[in-house]
Write a protein that binds this ligand. Structure first.
Ligand SMILES: Nc1ncnc2c1ncn2[C@@H]1O[C@H](COP(=O)(O)OP(=O)(O)OP(=O)(O)O)[C@@H](O)[C@H]1O
Length: 747
């Protein structure tokens, strides 16, 4: 590691959120540029930086700092400059000069131990001394914490997080139990805490370590979509990754259970370990959904059959028996689940259900888990539809975590709630949705249970269906037929484990064989640049073509695809220094941001008509880049302009290619999917099924038939461990369904 020692001349850039800074540092020889995470920095401070010299393509030679400490200057001139820099509140250039003249090199000693001596100076009163002393002590505290943390291998960025969480208490808390870091600071993981603990000399068999490690393993398992972890699996994983005996894992697990940090319950005969949030969510969903189902909705006098007949006539269709059953079921049940693949008429049914309720004077609220899905629902029905987060007025806490503002007692004020794309709802969202639905309100969940499960934990829709407790209508007959329907036909074939029909003449579903990743990449680019635009000239290469890949990394992962596609599709746009984005780029918002403002006017100066919020999965286009102020303006949905500050740009990604997981709930005119052998977890039927069902007009697969075949046959990979189905079933087994009421529960 190399060292650079010098004084901060100025701060060229500072991200207030994560403390990333670009500094100009002066040493005895010259001025240097240094970059890194520098919390609490101000010009005039003298730093000893550790890191390495790099040659940046655009910015030239710079020092990349991974560790630093502040050193107090020792020359009188250095001390005066430091004090004059504003590093200590209450001291400016004039006071700095006076202090150095009077106290010389012992000024730091005085600031630390005898600040009252400052009163001897003319013009400094008691209040000012208090201010100076407090600021000096705070600086010292921060310095000590930074030095302590870094000496145990904590990076400045992590040290900042620790300081923000524990303040002056940081060192004591970490020394006492470093594992508190991974438990209380969301972005510090067990591995970091474990490294610090080792450096602090904590033994591998310490109960703090094992209990924290066990909890970490359960959390890790849940981050893959599960809501609980079989105990045997946890113990085996614990022995392997914590390298301690089975007895120690068991004993500490019991201890965690006794202290209520973890819960051990039997799920379908298997001992399973839960963390509290998912346990509560699944238990609460069980209680609430059974209550809704059993509540007995008010009978409607409507003659549903005549409404249906009227709708059929108006739309020139004749409903299938199953479709009629779904429509009637929506009126007679407290809860109904309607599921089916593409083209089976789900949207048509929603429209009919809406009309029936509206004609009967009932208020219907519609929602979907993503902004894209909500928008499609609005377009298809001509009625307002919102994201569930919006419906529930989901807010964001200071730490940026999502938080539902709606109190448990408040509820959606309506008679019917219809939610589309219900397969994307995870346990937390479902629980929050149910909390806001008061008894007497009907809930209709519409979705395709064979698609990828929700990104977050749980398999809510499948568990509800498989519980057998609710009215479920499964639509199987496909209505979208004819020349252009091979996307739909093949989606259904894939879903039932059959290879799709490939390259039928005049169809909309193509397969292009390739000889490995490089060849696939070339073929994808050739398709987008030449072949597809030649196929239909009305398609726009950037807007209408969407590449979907199973993964992020690798030649055919979205990161590489985006880099390559940006260069071929948007090569003329000017590059700028501060961002990878260029005007004209297709981009995707990658997290829900409820705070960010949008306007209908491209110039943010004219705030006027607008609103707040851009959501995970929203796709837009870069319309302006302001180099001087380092801002990027993006237009979403052809009308909402959002200006991102440089610190917010990490919420955006290039979106010429997106992962199949991120594409859930969206549809595109033309979809191109590279199909290749990858990690088994990503080689699954529901992944390829989800990808194929995103295409509206044309679908092209590029790759190997062997990989496609593997995906179509592989149904095992995404099995999730959850308890919702079991909880609902076990309550029913106690005979709740025989307890009277309106018999809403279907057994
Ligand atoms: N009973 C029916 N008779 C004739 N056409 C129908 C019938 N039901 C639906 N359709 C038509 O089939 C097509 C697909 O229906 P719809 O869009 O409602 O299906 P979907 O399940 O919502 O599909 P996706 O999930 O792919 O959006 C539409 O053109 C619709 O008008």
């Amino acid at each position: 590691m190399e060292v650079l020692e010098g004084t901060v001349r100025d701060i060229v850039f500072q991200n207030e959120e994560n403390a990333y800074c670009v500094l100009r540092i002066e040493d005895a020889k010259s001025l240097h540029t240094a970059v890194g995470i520098f919390p609490f920095i101000s010009p005039g401070q003298t730093l000893r930086l550790k890191g390495e010299w790099l040659n940046h393509a655009t910015f030239g030679k710079q020092f990349k700092c991974t560790e630093y400490e502040e050193i107090l200057p020792n020359s009188l001139l250095g001390i005066e400059r430091y004090l004059a820099s504003g590093a200590i509140s209450g001291i400016g250039p004039a006071t700095a000069k006076k202090l150095v003249e009077k106290f010389g090199g012992s000024i730091f000693e005085i600031l630390d131990k005898e600040p009252e001596k400052l009163l001897e100076l003319e013009g400094i009163g008691k209040k000012k001394v208090e201010m100076i002393s407090a600021s000096y002590q705070k600086g010292k505290e921060v310095r000590n914490i930074m030095v302590f943390m870094q000496s145990y291998g904590v990076t400045p960025k992590q040290a900042l997080k620790i300081y923000k969480a524990f303040g002056a208490d940081s060192i004591r808390r970490v020394k006492e139990n470093p594992y508190v870091l991974s438990e209380e600071i969301p972005t510090i993981g067990f591995k970091t805490a474990d490294r610090i603990a080792r450096n602090l000399g904590i033994m591998p068999d310490s109960p703090f370590r094992i209990q924290s490690g066990v909890k970490y393993l359960v959390n890790e398992f849940c981050s893959q979509g599960n809501t609980c972890m079989p105990k045997d699996m946890l113990v085996a994983k614990g022995i392997e990754s914590l390298e301690v005996s089975e007895e120690l894992i068991e004993a500490n697990l019991v201890h965690s259970v006794m202290e209520n940090r973890l819960v051990l319950e039997k799920v379908d005969g298997i001992d399973s370990v839960f963390t509290l949030p998912y346990l509560y969510s699944e238990a609460s969903i069980t209680k609430r959904i059974l209550a809704l189902s059993l509540q007995g909705v008010k009978e409607m006098k409507a003659n549903v059959a005549s409404h249906i007949a009227w709708f059929e006539k108006a739309n020139g269709i004749a409903f299938h028996e199953k479709q009629k059953e779904a429509i009637e079921g929506a009126v007679t049940n407290g809860i109904e689940i309607i599921t089916g693949g593409p083209g089976t008429g789900k949207t048509t049914i929603i429209k009919c259900i809406l009309e029936i309720f509206e004609k009967e004077g009932k208020k219907v609220i519609m929602g979907a888990p993503t902004g894209r899905a909500a928008k499609r629902m609005s377009e298809a029905t001509g009625r307002e539809s919102k994201t569930i987060h919006r419906l529930l007025e989901l807010g964001v806490t200071d730490e940026g975590e999502e938080e539902f503002e709606m109190e448990e007692t408040s509820s959606l004020n309506c008679d019917v709630v219809i939610v589309d794309e219900a397969s994307m709802i995870d346990v937390m969202l479902m629980n929050n949705l149910l909390k806001s639905i008061s008894p007497g309100t009907r809930l209709i969940l519409v979705g395709d249970a064979d698609q990828l499960p929700s990104v977050g934990p749980g398999r809510v829709l499948e568990d509800l269906i498989e519980s057998g407790a609710f009215k479920v209508v499964k639509l199987e007959y496909i209505y979208r037929q004819g020349k252009e329907s091979y996307i739909t036909i093949n989606a259904h074939r894939i879903n039932s484990g059959m290879m799709p029909f490939l390259n039928v003449k005049d169809s909309d579903f193509f397969f292009i064989e390739s000889e490995g990743p490089e060849d696939s990449l070339e073929k994808v680019i050739d398709l987008i640049l030449n072949r597809l635009p030649g196929f239909n000239r009305s398609w726009d290469r950037i807007r209408d073509f969407q590449v979907l890949s199973p993964m992020k990394k690798g030649d055919l992962g979205v990161l590489n695809l985006n880099e390559v596609l940006q260069n071929v599709l948007n090569s003329k746009a000017r590059k700028t220094k501060f961002t990878e984005f260029r005007v004209g780029d297709k981009v995707m918002q990658t997290k829900n941001n409820y705070m960010i403002k949008w306007t209908r006017n491209p110039d943010p100066i004219f705030e006027g008509d607008g609103g707040q919020g851009v959501f995970n999965g929203d796709i837009g286009y870069v319309v302006r880049i302001d180099e001087e102020d380092e801002k990027v303006t993006v237009i979403f949905d052809d009308e909402r302009y959002v200006t991102y500050e440089s610190g917010e740009l990490e919420e955006l990604e290039l979106a010429y290619a997106v992962t199949i997981h991120k594409s859930q709930g969206s549809e595109f005119k033309v979809v191109v999917i590279p199909v290749f052998m990858g990690p088994p977890l990503l080689m699954s039927r529901n992944l390829i099924y989800t990808a194929v069902t995103r295409a509206r007009q044309l679908l092209v697969l590029v790759g190997s038939k062997r990989a496609l075949n593997y995906m179509v046959s592989n149904t095992r990979t995404f099995e999730r461990h959850t308890s919702l189905k079991y909880r609902i079933k076990s309550i029913l087994d106690y005979g709740l369904s025989d307890s009277g009421g309106d018999g809403q529960i279907v057994r």
